[in-house]
Write a protein of this length. Structure first.
Length: 208
């Protein structure tokens, strides 16, 4: 996974690591750079398929970073192969900041978060934006699981580097669906206790 850190650890970053005493530890993370992109394996594909959203960072033509959230049903981001992600882009607030940024600089960064298990997958990539009509086969593949809404474009991410980040400082959070599953045994127990309570009340009323 050294490709990610070769992209992230710029000369300026390395100077800070030297200043603050982490340069030697970070050197081990660099390893031997082959110059090739990191690959998405089975673990990464399964992790991405389970996510219902991710954070997408781009850079404006003036150099300002911009972060946007992309959401949809689990699996709306498709792993096409070991180096490619894609999803259908639907209409949002119509500001088109990310789209405009990508047209001037195709470099993007993606954060996929699993808050309950405190896991984070970071991806560097290059984004391509396509009209759905220009790639009907890809459109049909991505439409199998997609975000509801008016379709505007196909977004394809060519992966340059990936990194599984440490769990430190990730606060566990749970979606409504995740909470429903976790609370199901509690709700079932409450329902049984309420039924027992009703039965006991009925017995007491009969004795009176």
């Amino acid at each position: 996974m050294s490709r990610y850190f070769h992209l992230a650890f710029t000369e300026s970053v390395r100077r800070v690591q030297q200043e603050r005493g982490s340069a030697e530890a970070m050197e081990r993370m660099l390893g031997g750079d082959t110059g090739e992109s990191d690959r998405l394996g089975a673990d990464e594909a399964a992790f991405i398929a389970a996510r219902d959203g991710f954070y997408l960072a781009s850079v404006s033509a003036d150099g300002w970073p911009y972060v946007q959230f992309r959401g949809g049903p689990p699996g709306f981001v498709h792993v096409l192969d070991s180096g490619t992600l894609a999803y259908l882009e639907v209409r949002g607030n119509r500001q088109y900041i990310t789209t405009g940024n990508i047209r001037s600089d195709d470099r993007v960064s993606l954060f996929f978060m699993d808050y309950p298990h405190r896991l984070r997958l970071k991806i560097f990539g290059r984004a391509e934006l396509h009209s759905p009509g220009d790639h009907p086969e890809l459109h049909d593949r991505l439409a199998d699981i997609r975000t509801p809404g008016q379709l505007e474009q196909l977004t394809v991410i060519r992966v340059e580097g990936i990194s599984w980040n440490c769990h430190k400082h990730i606060t566990p959070r749970y979606s409504e669906a995740e909470l429903a599953g976790a609370l199901r045994p509690v709700r079932e127990r409450i329902e049984r206790l309420e039924e027992e309570n009703r039965a006991l009340r009925a017995q007491l009323e009969q004795r009176e």
